[in-house]
Every structure is written in structure tokens, then in C-alpha cells.
Design a protein around this ligand. Structure first.
Ligand SMILES: C[S@@+](CC[C@H](N)C(=O)[O-])C[C@H]1O[C@@H](n2cnc3c(N)ncnc32)[C@H](O)[C@@H]1O
Length: 268
């Protein structure tokens, strides 16, 4: 840990915000209205399955990006308050939602830092469910999110968290290309149990790398359980099999290795 831990942590938080703010136009264009191929092909369907929402349900979304999942739920008659750290991404989300011509949706947006429990509690409630898709890796700490979600959920309410798989996709992994047709491609993992900060890009066209906070699965779950949430569902998710836009990424040829995990928690 550096000599001034508080300043170091504050600087990391600032870097997270800066990277999403400066990348907002790039990501909005890349994600479009319904999210990229990972989002609409794998993550959003998994979150939807695990949420099992009924028409009229009230949902809080954290780290919503430009609102692809919120609009997806809104089109099903679900009422969504979608939130994100980045004001620029929230502005994109609002613009894209205002221009839905086919049907009005009950989706509203708010800037919320999910690493600050009070900001989540200020979203109101009670909500039938909450969701966070691919946001946890950008969060320096998860306890405030779990604590805040617990406080705004109805009893028996559900929280679905979809995140890069800590065992394979935020650990120190490297793709291993097999030269032999009979052997599958694979990956090696060189570090997993310790927490660490890393930088990565989701796309080679991206200027600024994103910061990822790696935490092993037991730490993620310990933070969730400390809030009182219980785990009642889990899916491990492989990437879609279509070719990756970034040729350095080989997830599409690793159908037996989950790049992401969807966890369903319940407030007892
Ligand atoms: C990989 S994107 C995912 C966006 C969207 N959920 C999706 O699946 O397309 C990560 C998002 O997390 C947001 N984010 C990062 N840190 C956050 C925080 N502390 N609180 C809320 N959102 C945060 C970023 O602004 C960005 O929109």
C-alpha cells in the first residue's frame, strides 16, 4: 500500500470516473441502443432470466452505462430507475430513451456512485429487484453497493450481479492458442487469490484503458453476505461464439471457459 493510502484510493476513484467520462462517446457508439454482442447476447439475457420480473415490477439498476438493459426492461413494462457514476453516460442513456418511438417506457436515470451506500439509499425504494451488469469490476469497494441494495429492496427482493468471472477474466490470465487442431485453445491463470488493480481495454480502438479491480470470488461473496443478502442462484457464462471485434481476445473460441458469472442474491 502506498504511503498515503487515502490519497491513493481517492486517486483511483478519480481515474475510474475520468476513464468512463472521457470514453463515454466511444462506448455509447460501440454499445448502441441494446449493448454490444456480449451484453445483448449473453449478459442481459442471463440477468433477465435470473431476475424473473413481472410486468409492473420496480427495479433499480446500478452502473447502467448508456441504458441498454434499462430500455430492454422498460419495453417489457417494467419500471426502472437506472443509475451510473458517469454523467456523460447518463446523458447518452437519457437521449437514447427519449427517442424510443415505438412505445413509451417508464425508465428514468440518475447519477449515482454505487461505492457510496448513501447515494443508493437516496434512490428511494422499496424496489422489487436490483441489477448491476458489468459494473463491479470498476468498483473499488463492493460493500456499500450490497449494503445499499439491501436497504432499498423489499423483503424477498432480488439483486442480480453479472460480472467478469474472477477466476478467468480478471485474474492474471493469458490466452493460450493451440497449434494442434485436436487440442482446444485455453488460458493460463497466474494470480487469483490476492486483490489487485489492473488496466485493460474492452476494444482495441479504445484510447483510455479501463481500471479493473480484481477480487477473488470468496471476497465478493463475503461482502455480499456481510450485508445480509443470501446467494440463491448462479450461472457461469461463456462468451458468444461470433468472432471478437478485437482479435487479441479469444473468448469466442473458449466455449468451455466462462468469461462472466451471474449471481442472484435475495434479501431474506
Ligand atoms: C462495462 S460498463 C457496463 C455498462 C452496462 N451495465 C452494460 O452492461 O453495458 C461499466 C459501467 O460501470 C459504471 N461505473 C463504474 N464505476 C461505477 C460506480 N462506482 N458507480 C456506478 N457506476 C459505475 C461506468 O460508468 C460504466 O457505465
Amino acid at each position: 500500500m502506498p504511503s498515503d493510502p487515502e490519497a491513493y484510493l481517492a486517486d483511483l476513484k478519480r481515474q475510474v470516473l475520468d476513464s468512463w467520462e472521457s470514453g463515454a462517446d466511444f462506448f455509447d457508439e460501440r454499445w448502441g441502443d441494446q449493448g454490444d454482442e456480449f451484453h445483448h447476447g449473453v449478459f442481459a439475457p442471463a440477468a433477465e432470466r435470473m431476475l424473473g420480473l413481472e410486468h409492473g415490477a420496480r427495479v433499480l439498476e446500478l452502473a447502467c452505462g448508456n441504458g441498454g438493459f434499462a430500455r430492454r426492461l422498460g419495453r417489457q413494462g417494467i419500471q426502472v430507475l437506472a443509475t451510473d457514476l458517469s454523467p456523460a453516460l447518463i446523458a447518452h442513456a437519457e437521449r437514447r430513451t427519449e427517442t424510443i418511438a415505438d412505445q413509451p417506457v417508464d425508465v428514468s436515470y440518475q447519477v449515482v456512485d454505487a461505492t457510496v451506500e448513501r447515494e443508493i439509499v437516496n434512490c428511494g425504494g422499496p424496489f422489487d429487484a436490483a441489477a448491476c451488469i458489468m459494473g463491479a469490476m470498476s468498483m473499488l469497494t463492493l460493500r456499500p453497493m450490497f449494503g445499499g441494495v439491501w436497504r432499498v429492496l423489499k423483503p424477498r427482493g432480488i439483486f442480480v450481479l453479472v460480472t467478469l468471472h474472477p477466476s478467468f477474466a480478471t485474474s492474471g490470465y493469458k490466452f493460450v492458442k493451440s497449434e494442434n487442431e485436436d487440442e482446444p485453445h485455453g488460458l493460463t491463470v497466474s494470480r487469483y487469490l490476492s486483490r489487485y488493480v489492473t488496466h485493460g481495454v474492452t476494444n482495441s480502438a479504445q484510447n483510455e484503458p479501463q481500471i479493473y479491480f480484481h477480487r477473488p470470488m470468496h471476497e465478493l461473496l463475503t461482502d455480499a453476505f456481510a450485508s445480509g443478502l443470501v446467494l440463491d442462484g448462479m450461472e457461469e457464462l461463456p462468451a458468444p461464439e461470433q468472432p471478437m471485434e478485437d482479435s487479441r481476445l479469444m473468448w469466442n473460441v473458449l466455449p468451455d471457459i466462462p468469461m462472466a458469472v451471474a449471481l442472484r442474491f435475495r434479501r431474506p
